[in-house]
Design a binder for this molecule. Sequence first.
Ligand SMILES: Cc1ncc(C[n+]2csc(CCOP(=O)(O)OP(=O)(O)O)c2C)c(N)n1
Ligand SMILES: [Mg+2]
Length: 322
Amino acid sequence: MEGLTKEMLLAMYDALLKSRLVEDKLIDVYARGDIPGIVHSAVGQEAIPVGATFHLRPGDVFTTVRGHIQSNIVMGMDLKKMFAEFYGKEAGYCKGKGGEIHLCSPEYCNIGGRGLIGATIPMAAGAAMAFKMRKEPHIAMCFFGDGASNEGNFHEGLNLASVFRLPVVYVCANNQYAMTTRQVDHMNIRDIADRAASYGIPGVMVDGNDIIAVYEAVGEAVSRARRGEGPTLIEAKTMRMRGHYEGDPEPYRSKDELEEWKKKDPLDRFTKKLLEDKVLTPGDVEKKSRQFMNEINEAIQFAKEAPFPDASEVTSGVFYQG
Ligand SMILES: Cc1ncc(C[n+]2csc(CCOP(=O)(O)OP(=O)(O)O)c2C)c(N)n1
Ligand SMILES: [Mg+2]
């Protein structure tokens, strides 16, 4: 934690706490049938997107899958426009067409996720190549899962990024499941970071439930990328605490596994650490929670009352218009 100011620690704490409260509320309103589409929660693995995204600067980009809500919160997205997007409303960041899973906004560095798992891996390399060709001082950060690291796109993307020494940081959130399949059943290696050796780039493993460890590991990779030394593969180990999607009956795993991981909850751990170090007081935690919940409830009210896009808008923004 050396070198991290109190302000920085509190900013990280705020983002982590707000992320949890936003997702808990999202899960709740989704279960009530308020939100169209599908919700993929990142509860329990928030330390990865939050810790990593703190290194991005305006002009950088990130691509994302599960965990995009957390990165968007760090980048300062407005909760009203975010919830409007979840509710499929015109006032949302993608005018209601992205919904929960495809919420993005280049203004906040978020160039989006893709329906094809792993497709964002070469996409991030492409963005990084554009920065390099234009001699712009930016980096791309790419978040993906353990399952995505089995895709051909992973090999092509990392190989290309390595050969051209592109300014890109690959962050694999290994939550040990790809849909219904456990990591041990979809690959014959334990550590995905080992795959970096195939591309001649550093492979770094980190405890994905320790926000400071994530922040530090990603910080080194980001500095390397900004110095022009090329990509890094970071594997952040965590656990998917909810189903693949909300409503997933999860017949493929036991609750005992989750009980063990509950003890390593990243928000509980960071709260405890900051209370012990007297960076936070119990009163602060309560006050912040109340303040964020008020903000979230206002955002939901706004989203509920906002109009849906007009039917005539159904194809606008979908196809490239030159
Ligand atoms: C190319 C491709 N194959 C299969 C799917 C279906 N699918 C959607 S999510 C997913 C699992 C992804 O697992 P992982 O990469 O570990 O990410 P996580 O959901 O755990 O965050 C799969 C197989 C898809 N979207 N794209
Ligand atoms: Mg996974």
